[in-house]
Design a protein around this ligand. Structure first.
Ligand code: MF3
Ligand code: CO
Ligand code: CO
Length: 265
């Protein structure tokens, strides 16, 4: 059975509210980018994100979300996602994903980038390039009336070319007046995603997590959040919030200074 939830379709006024939320979130990403360098702690990155957001009258969505203790996620090297900012000092050779989400007048903008700190291993660079390319190939696969599985098909095909794997336990998601809502956007095809229809007016994230080695994950029991690769090999992720219009996908979280479509790391 095809599944198309018309309740998720935004009006023009609501689309404008999402555009504004995501534009601020992208501005926050541009603000934080030059600070993501060797020598800074992930806690200092978090503090900058927190202050900038409050200074502009907005709210960091991660803080207190299901008990998350900080205002952004910082995921270093073998950490796939949901890394908690702490005293760790970034050093040459690290790779770090910074994931920021802001609530602007009740609407959520969500995006992340992976940063290479100085010279990194060939494997770390390749997996970062692959995650970035997967995101854009997936965006290009989106069309009104298409299926959610078009996204997963594009990502799996690209990862496979390099022998990399695609994380399954964590997925993209509908976003709007809530952080996470329908539809679920898996980065690999599923029985459900083959039936889910992409209607014009829906907003969702695409945020592929690509592992150099095994796709399998481990959740840190001591903090309940940090997700690592089971084999300790590097992983990378990029995320955009997308509005699907009648004419195709509109990337709402495009930055001024960040890596643009086609970027080579
Ligand atoms: N920003 C993440 C996402 O892309 C979710 C983080 S949940 C948090 O969906 F609680 F860790 F912030
Ligand atoms: Co997200
Ligand atoms: Co995010």
């Amino acid at each position: 059975m095809l599944y198309a939830n018309r309740n998720l379709q935004l009006t023009e006024t609501e689309r404008q509210a999402m555009r504004r939320a995501c534009q601020f979130n992208a501005q926050l990403m541009d603000f934080i980018r030059p600070h993501v360098r060797a020598g800074i702690t992930t806690a200092a990155i978090d503090r900058l994100v927190h202050e900038y957001t409050l200074d502009h009258g907005h709210t960091p969505a991660p803080l207190g979300y299901q008990g998350f203790p900080r205002s952004c996620c910082t995921s270093v090297n073998e950490v796939i996602c949901h890394g908690i900012p702490d005293g760790y000092v970034l050093k040459e050779g690290d790779l770090i994903n910074v994931d920021v989400t802001t609530i602007v007048q009740g609407w959520y903008g969500d995006q992340s980038e992976t940063f290479l700190i100085g010279n990194v291993s060939n494997e770390a660079r390749a997996v970062t390039q692959c995650a970035f390319d997967c995101l854009y190939l997936a965006i290009d696969a989106v069309r009104p009336g298409g299926r959610v599985s078009d996204i997963g098909d594009a990502i799996v095909a690209e990862a496979r070319r390099f022998g990399f794997s695609v994380v399954r336990e964590y997925v993209g998601h509908g976003v709007g007046r809530r952080f996470h809502q329908e539809p679920s956007i898996p980065h690999y095809p599923t029985r459900q995603s083959r039936q889910d229809v992409l209607l014009p007016g829906i907003c969702f994230t695409i945020e592929p997590m690509i592992n150099a080695g095994t796709r399998l994950t481990v959740l840190d029991k001591s903090d309940g959040w940090t997700v690592r690769t089971r084999d300790g090999r590097p992983t990378a992720q990029f995320e955009h919030t997308i509005l699907l219009t009648e004419n195709g996908p509109e990337i709402l979280t495009l930055t001024q200074d960040g890596p643009q479509r086609g970027h080579r790391f």
